[in-house]
Every structure is written in structure tokens, then in C-alpha cells.
Design a protein around this ligand. Structure first.
Ligand code: BGC
Length: 417
């Protein structure tokens, strides 16, 4: 067959065009496949974004804090967070005082996890017990446009200016665990029944030392007090609870405080410092108990209990330990209970407190119903702040297993490994 050059050329051209079309189709096919693959890969990430911030870091938080699922479901039914997700994600600034005590680490993680599960963006900051740092952290939260602030103060009277700034910008404020004093910029207060904490400590001493029996037998026990920080309203409530239970026995001589320091001003320890408690205990031993005959160290905080123990073991390594009380049910405190180095502590379930605080955030941001159970006790010198007070629980060697381990607050491994 003879093909003219033109014909050959035109044939080649057609073949070339066909090849081009085929290549183009192939390329399109490949592109389509690539697109599908790309969408499939990106899908999980897109889904997790849309479903709120229950991300990897939250999974750790959730494992630690075990959020109360029923409660969260109820909340999301009442106030579907999705409505907001469609518009703009609301921001909550959470200002915590310090990481030196375990309880605040738990509090921070619990609140963050619960708020994030509901679709809020959370800025959680710790201030190393430095008041100026806490002020500047709150200022920067305000600058960054938070819609609500949750604050556990270091010094409850030193945030008035920054709280006024928040109020001027219409930012809602919740006092977390510690009441914010001298301000009208606070809407709600979520805490534990702080007086009850003191009453439980006092009553434990009354019962375990059988003070009614001691009174009848004209027997006496020695006692010293290590009370909370003077800049923390909770410390005064706790002191009042302790004294309501113990005052009768100080008065009738069943309890003897050799140092004579029984007033709040004489026994409070600034910033809840473990080291100040240790130092104070050393001095008390040197001055009043060189033979190791202190029967009761009435301490308002697990951190103080560690300081007392350190001082005692350094000064009187062979003497019998006094009864030592505490607050917060921290892991080292539970180990001390198990090893007979401490007698009791107060368990404050930070998961419950975080849940109550979240209802307040929702009330302020989504017109929800906050849970309130006290409208009379917490006067901050400007207003009586509507509060939710959770119940504190006594923990000792006999019940920590039942309440803390079986109750899911700690695993045995977390406590003892
Ligand atoms: C809290 C206690 C805590 C103490 C020291 C108080 O405001 O109510 O639970 O032990 O601060 O951190």
C-alpha cells in the first residue's frame, strides 16, 4: 500500500492526537483516583475537627479525668454545642494558681477536657503562685478575646483591676474553688463546702482521739495548728469549721496547745507553703515538744502534712508520729495513709467540681441553667455570689481503697507504683 507523505503525516497526526486524547483520559482517570484517595485520607481529620476537640491530647485527659458521661450527655441535650460550632467557637480562659500541688493539675485537666468535649476552645494557664503572672495571663486571655473566664486565684483580693477590665468587655467570670473578693465582676462560684472541710477534720480528731472520753477521764492531748493561706477565703472557712468542732475541748482542757497559737492569724501559712509548714514544725518541736510529745498536728492541707512529716523525721526520728491531718487526697498523701505516716485527708472530687463549673460556663454563654445550691454564704464584700458547693469526704486508711480506687478516682498502679 502506498501512502502519500501527506496521508502518512495525517495518519501520524491522527495517531498522535488519539494518543494525546488517551493520555489525557488516563491523566484524568489518575487525577480522579488521586482526588478520591486524598479525600479518603483527609476524611478522619475532617470528621474529628467537626466533632469538636476530642483529640489525642484530650484522650489522655479523658483517661485521667474520666468525665462524667451522663452529665455531659445531659448538658449537650440542653445546650447543643453544635449550634455554636456552626457559627463561631467560643473561648474560655482558665487561670489556675500553681502546679506544685496535684489537685490543681487535676482541676485544670478536668475543666479543659469537659469544656473541649462541649466544643469550647480552652486556654488553660498556671501561674506558679505568682500574682503578677496570673494578672498578666488573665490580661492576655482578655486581649485574645475569651468569652468567659474561670479563675482559681492566688491572692483573691489582687485581681480586682483585671476583673474590672473583663467586666468592661462583657466577659463573664466564674470563681473556681477560691472566691474572688472585693469585686462585682464575678457571676458564679463553684467550690466545695469549705467550712464542712474544717468540720470534717475537727470531728475526725474528736472521734479518733475520743475527746468526750478524754474529757470525762480528765485526760489531755497536745495539739498544734497549721492553717491555710490568709489570702484565700477558703482558709478562714476551714479554720472556722475546725474550731467549731475543737473549741469546746480547748476550753475544757482535753486539748492543750502548748504554743498558745490557736487564732487564725497565728496559725495561717502564706500561699499554702509546704516549706513554711516544715519550718514552723521544726520550731514548734524545738520550743515546745523536744521530747516528741505532740499528739496532734491539725493541718489544713496535704502539702503541710508532708512538711510536718519531714520536720518530724529530721528532728525526732525515733519518736511516735503525731496524728497528722490533711486536705486534697493527693497521691503521696494516700501513700502516707497506707504507710501509717498520716491519719486522714479530705477528698475533693475535682471531676464533680469541673462539671458544676461547666454548667455555669454554659449558663453564661448559652443561656443554660447553672446548678446552684447556696445563695447565702459567700459574700465577697461587694455581693453574695451564687454558688455550687460540692461535698468533701473524709479519707483514711480504712476507706481509701473503697472510695478512691473502687470509685475510679485513682488506680492502684497510680497510687503504689
Ligand atoms: C483549696 C484546697 C487546697 C489549698 C491549697 C485551697 O483553696 O480549697 O483544696 O488544698 O487551696 O492548694
Amino acid at each position: 500500500m502506498n501512502f502519500s507523505k501527506k496521508a502518512v503525516f495525517s495518519h501520524e497526526k491522527t495517531a498522535f492526537s488519539l494518543k494525546k486524547i488517551l493520555c489525557y483520559n488516563e491523566r484524568m482517570k489518575i487525577r480522579k483516583i488521586l482526588c478520591i484517595l486524598l479525600i479518603l485520607c483527609a476524611l478522619p481529620a475532617l470528621v474529628s475537627c467537626a466533632g469538636g476537640p476530642a483529640s489525642a491530647s484530650n484522650e489522655e485527659d479523658a483517661a485521667w479525668s474520666k468525665p462524667d458521661e451522663d452529665y455531659l450527655t445531659k448538658l449537650s441535650e440542653q445546650n447543643p454545642a453544635d449550634e455554636d460550632a456552626e457559627t463561631e467557637q467560643k473561648r474560655v480562659g482558665v487561670a489556675m494558681p500553681t502546679k506544685t500541688s496535684e489537685r490543681w493539675i487535676n482541676d485544670g485537666m478536668n475543666i479543659k477536657a469537659k469544656l473541649e468535649t462541649l466544643g469550647y476552645e480552652v486556654d488553660l494557664q498556671y501561674a506558679d503562685d505568682d500574682i503578677d503572672l496570673q494578672v498578666s495571663q488573665i490580661e492576655s486571655m482578655i486581649r485574645n478575646g475569651v468569652n468567659c473566664l474561670v479563675i482559681a486565684s492566688i491572692d483573691s483580693t489582687r485581681l480586682t483591676d483585671v476583673l474590672a477590665q473583663a467586666k468592661a468587655k462583657g466577659i463573664a467570670v466564674i470563681a473556681y474553688d477560691r472566691l474572688l473578693m472585693d469585686t462585682d465582676a464575678v457571676s458564679y462560684y463553684a467550690s466545695f463546702d469549705n467550712k464542712a472541710v474544717g468540720t470534717l477534720i475537727g470531728n475526725y480528731i474528736v472521734e479518733k482521739m475520743d475527746l468526750p472520753g478524754a474529757t470525762a477521764a480528765k485526760k489531755s492531748y497536745t495539739i498544734e495548728f497549721f492553717m491555710g493561706s490568709p489570702d484565700d477565703n477558703n482558709a478562714v472557712f476551714l479554720y472556722n469549721g475546725v474550731m467549731e468542732a475543737l473549741r469546746p475541748y480547748l476550753d475544757n482542757g482535753a486539748l492543750i496547745c502548748r504554743s498558745g497559737r490557736t487564732k487564725f492569724e497565728e496559725t495561717c501559712i502564706l500561699r499554702w507553703s509546704e516549706f513554711t509548714a516544715e519550718e514552723r514544725c521544726r520550731k514548734l518541736i524545738e520550743e515546745f515538744y523536744p521530747q516528741g510529745d505532740l499528739d496532734i498536728a491539725c493541718s489544713a492541707f496535704d502539702g503541710f502534712a508532708y512538711g510536718i512529716l519531714t520536720a518530724w523525721e529530721a528532728k525526732l526520728p525515733n519518736a511516735k508520729l503525731p496524728m497528722i491531718t490533711g486536705q486534697d487526697a493527693e497521691k503521696p498523701a494516700i501513700r502516707n495513709l497506707a504507710n501509717d505516716k498520716m491519719d486522714m485527708t479530705i477528698y475533693k472530687d475535682t471531676r464533680v467540681l469541673a462539671s458544676k463549673c461547666v454548667t455555669m460556663v454554659q449558663a453564661l454563654l448559652e443561656n443554660g441553667e447553672p446548678e446552684i445550691n447556696d445563695t447565702t454564704q459567700y459574700d465577697n464584700n461587694v455581693l453574695t455570689v451564687p454558688s455550687y458547693l460540692c461535698d468533701p469526704v473524709v479519707i483514711d486508711k480504712d476507706n481509701y481503697e473503697e472510695i478512691l480506687i473502687k470509685g475510679g478516682y485513682y488506680t492502684r498502679e497510680q497510687l503504689f507504683q
